[in-house]
Design a protein around this ligand. Structure first.
Ligand SMILES: O=C(O)CCC(=O)C(=O)O
Ligand SMILES: [Fe+2]
Length: 224
């Protein structure tokens, strides 16, 4: 996964004071410049966290687990959730195939909730292990969120829920989006669910601590 050519720029908002441990790292624009921005973003963050938790409990039910399964394994008590506000420039310079808004990747966490401004560009690949890859446009629905499955949900479910391979193509038009990554508590052990493996379908991934997985992915992403 190569992000070097990506043209996007982003602003990250991490865990808010009530959920953040051990330190609060968020940096907010000055209130003189943007008086209500912080409050608006905090409300947005909390709503996304609530919606994300509800969706995760539906995934648990779909897996024949208790509704609060992911709470019970400690994934959601101090979730490492990040809200990423994204901007893709309209003019990407030369229209070179190498330049993506965002190159093909899957998100790392449990699920991602994505709001876009309706400018096209987002594409998903349903069968990521098949070559050549077939990309489909994700249609915008006003007022709806797009939900992507993340890598750790894929690991928990032994690929029953595949993480969504996606990318953003340049639309020749400025584009804004907001992605909320619901990532488990750093200490949470992500291991194949009993209901998702059997003698004929053994676990495909070893257990891993969520924090270690994220650290390694971020290291690889930003290595260069
Ligand atoms: O902007 C989008 O629609 C997608 C953003 C994305 O995939 C990401 O930030 O991980
Ligand atoms: Fe993504």
């Amino acid at each position: 996964q190569d992000y070097n050519c990506d043209s996007k720029e982003s602003f990250y908002i991490g865990p808010l004071e009530e959920t953040a441990t051990p330190v609060v790292l968020n940096q907010w624009p000055s209130r003189d410049v943007l008086p209500s921005w912080r409050n608006t973003m905090e409300i947005f963050y909390r709503k996304l966290l609530l919606a994300g938790k509800r969706l995760v409990s539906l995934i648990a039910l779909a897996l024949n687990l208790d509704e609060d399964f992911f709470e019970k394994v400690g994934a959601l008590d101090k979730p490492m959730s990040f809200l990423r506000l994204l901007h893709y420039p309209g003019d990407m310079g030369s229209f070179n195939e190498e330049i993506y808004g965002a190159s093909a990747h899957s998100d790392y966490g449990m699920i991602t909730l994505l709001a876009t401004d309706g400018v096209p560009g987002l594409q998903v690949c349903r069968e990521k292990s098949k070559q050549p890859r077939v990309w489909e446009n994700v249609l915008h629905v006003d007022g709806a969120l797009i939900v992507n499955i993340g890598d750790m949900m894929e690991r928990w479910t032994n690929c029953l829920f595949r993480s969504t391979l996606h990318r953003v193509m340049p639309a020749g038009k400025e584009r804004y989006s907001a992605a909320f990554f619901l990532d488990p508590n750093q200490d949470c052990l992500v291991e194949c669910l009993e209901s998702c493996c059997s003698a004929s379908s053994p676990p495909r991934y070893p257990p891993i601590r969520s924090g270690d997985y994220l650290k390694e992915k971020l290291r690889l992403t930003y290595a260069s």
